[in-house]
Design a protein around this ligand. Structure first.
Ligand code: NDP
Length: 245
């Protein structure tokens, strides 16, 4: 199976930014989509924009395994298989470590790391049985390099990279592809999750000066999905051309 049209694709964190842009691009290509996030009104608005498309919506918090499993069950009940899951939900409340924002650290670990693991746990047994499947997670340039005021966020994205590589090694014989998409700065609502005023201003400025648009990343996700059975994209780092880090 190689056309997007035939694929059953789950997108976690589909209500804005990269997830929303990816949903829209795939809807235009007639994929069978199951989209999820916490903001149901946003998911409904996306579905209404594409009345002809096969889009199922499900409210889900990725930190809650039962929620994630419901999304996967909706896909299985409707189509009897899952071809792709895009673990894209994430937050970035970055700040210097000295500020000790333990609640924000916990939230980042829960959403950025456990959220990805919950998505993986819910689909791997199904894909292993199918002897085919594709797990894509949104990593970051921050999953490859560390920079000041972002230690914990970088830690979550390094973790995603390690987990996805381990997944690749363990599940390659079941024909399951593992892909991380690693963007640099992209203009999205992610920057609103930063509560430290100074860090927020710096990063907002950087994103405005040279950030990509979510559609740039969506096109990379679609490329990775479009690859033939024999070909797996492990990692795509996509920086704005002028980004220094
Ligand atoms: P947005 O804030 O626009 O999108 C984040 C998405 O994640 C939303 O759909 C949000 O939905 C969802 N989300 C957050 N928390 C949860 C949760 N607990 N359960 C379910 N969904 C959740 O930002 P981006 O599009 O930029 O972010 C997408 C991914 O891209 C993230 O993993 C981010 O780390 C990564 N990234 C972004 C970069 C950038 O510069 N923008 C650079 C590198 C990586 P809702 O709030 O409705 O639940």
């Amino acid at each position: 199976m190689s056309t997007i049209q035939d694929k059953v694709i789950i997108i976690m964190g589909a209500s804005s930014g990269i997830g929303e842009a990816t949903t829209k691009l795939l809807a235009q290509q007639n994929a069978k989509l199951i989209i999820a996030a916490r903001r149901l009104d946003r998911l409904k608005a996306i579905k209404e924009e594409f009345p002809e498309a096969d889009i199922l919506i499900q409210q889900a918090d990725v930190t809650n395994y039962e929620d994630v499993n419901k999304v996967v069950e909706l896909g299985m009940d409707t189509y009897g298989r899952i071809d792709v899951i895009f673990n894209n939900a994430g937050i970035m409340p970055t700040a210097p470590i000295v500020e000790g924002r333990r609640d924000e650290w916990q939230k980042m670990l829960d959403i950025n790391v456990m959220g990805v693991l919950n998505g993986i746990a819910a689909v791997v047994p199904i894909m292993a049985k199918q002897k085919s499947g594709h797990i894509i997670s949104t990593d970051s340039v921050a999953g490859h390099v560390v920079y000041p005021n972002s230690a914990v966020y970088c830690g979550t994205k390094f973790a995603v990279r390690a987990i996805m590589e381990g997944l690749r090694q363990e599940q390659r014989e079941n024909n399951i592809k593992s892909t991380i998409i690693s963007p640099g700065a992209v203009a999205t609502e992610l920057y609103k999750t930063i509560n430290d005023k100074n860090v927020s201003e710096d990063l907002h400025q950087a994103q405005k000066e040279w950030g990509l648009v979510p559609e740039d990343i969506a096109s990379a996700v679609v490329f990775a999905i479009y690859t033939p059975e024999r070909m797996a994209v492990s990692d795509m780092i996509i920086r704005p051309t002028t980004q220094p880090i």
